[in-house]
Design a protein around this ligand. Structure first.
Ligand code: AMP
Ligand code: TRP
Length: 331
């Protein structure tokens, strides 16, 4: 059975893009993989996090994952900082990775923007730590959204350079598992920007803890254009907001965009939005209420994470010890 590793940052409340781009696939992959899922709190602090909020969001993220169907007994769910192997291998990878490689990372450019000089060194070496997350477990398959594709290519470059420099065949190749539909869910306020839990406007995203009324209101207010929905999917290309709403509907209802337009093409956005709100509420509603129930017992959530960390540690420790020996650290 192949080993899966994936991570999600415990910043903000998980949103629909996280669910459709990541969490939903994680749940499905549990059927035929050995899975390790990680709340990457060390990645989170590459930009400022209020300490109390970080603790709370780590629990909230754990609750959403459990409510969505992650099984912490059959698989492993833990927070990154609890297993020291990540930091140790991350440092070694800082020394394997090249500045030229990091300079090409578009996510750093997007996040740091024009104010590059004022960002943390951690944000810059973020992809090296991500490579360490995966390779500390010698995981071979990594489910992520399309925005992480470049980081996984870098992780493969690091693994290959390590194997080459130390003359070993130690790290395996990593395969990205990128879901075909809804690989990128876009903002409800701007169809050209991805939906994100860090967007200042909560109206731009469906949060996985939103109740039915909130979901319906956010969809009613979602930005659209004045034209009715097209009947030909090709016409969606020039209409990013319409396209986003149609694609969200399509993945939730297990249809193609063409199927959705066969049913709703020619309609105004009013009736379509109300149909979209219904399918969203059917999926998100039960997860949101189970999340709220789990959050009433934070002790239980912490126990789940501690158990996961102990089992993760047992896998990563021998791998990272061997890497330390290979690079010449006295053991
Ligand atoms: P993050 O919120 O950046 O920690 O992302 C966690 C996971 O959710 C990653 O696999 C991302 O690729 C995925 N993801 C985040 N935002 C979106 C989005 N708007 N559409 C699709 N996938 C997303
Ligand atoms: N960088 C990923 C994101 O923002 C999160 C992440 C950290 C991750 N380490 C990982 C994803 C390892 C997959 C594997 O979405």
């Amino acid at each position: 059975m192949q080993r899966i590793f994936s991570g999600i940052q415990p910043t903000g409340i998980p949103q629909l893009g996280n669910y459709l781009g990541a969490i939903r696939n994680w749940v499905a992959l549990q059927r035929d993989h050995e899975c390790i899922f990680c709340l990457v709190d060390m990645h989170a602090i590459t930009v400022w996090q209020d300490p109390a909020a970080l603790r709370q969001q780590t629990l909230a993220q754990t609750a959403v994952l459990l409510a969505s169907g992650i099984d912490p007994q059959a698989h492993i769910l833990f927070n990154q900082s609890a297993v020291s192997a990540h930091a140790r291998l991350g440092w070694i990878f800082n020394c394997v990775s090249r500045l030229g490689w990091l300079n090409r990372m578009t996510q750093f450019k997007d996040k740091a923007g024009k104010d590059r000089e004022n960002h943390s060194a951690g944000l810059y070496v973020y992809p090296n730590l991500m490579a360490a997350d995966i390779l500390a477990y010698k995981a071979t398959r990594v489910p992520v959204g399309d925005d992480q594709r470049q980081h996984l290519e870098l992780a493969n470059d690091i693994a290959q350079k390590f194997n080459h420099d130390y003359g070993v065949d130690f790290f395996p190749a990593i395969e990205a598992l990128i879901p075909p539909g809804a690989a990128r869910v876009m903002s409800l306020r701007d169809g050209t920007k991805k939906m994100s839990k860090s967007d200042p406007s909560a109206q731009s995203r469906i949060e996985m803890t939103d109740d039915a009324d909130t979901i319906a209101l956010k969809i009613r207010r979602a930005k659209t254009d004045p034209e009715p929905l097209p009947t030909d999917p090709a016409e969606l290309t020039a209409r990013p907001e319409a396209r986003n709403l149609v694609e969200i509907y399509a993945v939730l209802a297990n249809m193609t965009a063409a199927d959705v337009l066969a049913r709703h093409g020619g309609e105004g956005f009013g009736p379509f939005k109300s149909a979209l709100a219904d399918v969203l509420i059917a999926t998100v509603g039960p997860i949101a209420s189970e999340t709220r129930r789990l959050l009433d017992d934070p002790e239980h959530l912490q126990t789940v994470l501690r158990g996961g960390a102990a089992r993760a540690q047992a896998i990563a420790e021998p791998v990272v010890s061997e890497v330390e020996r290979l690079v010449g650290f006295l053991k």
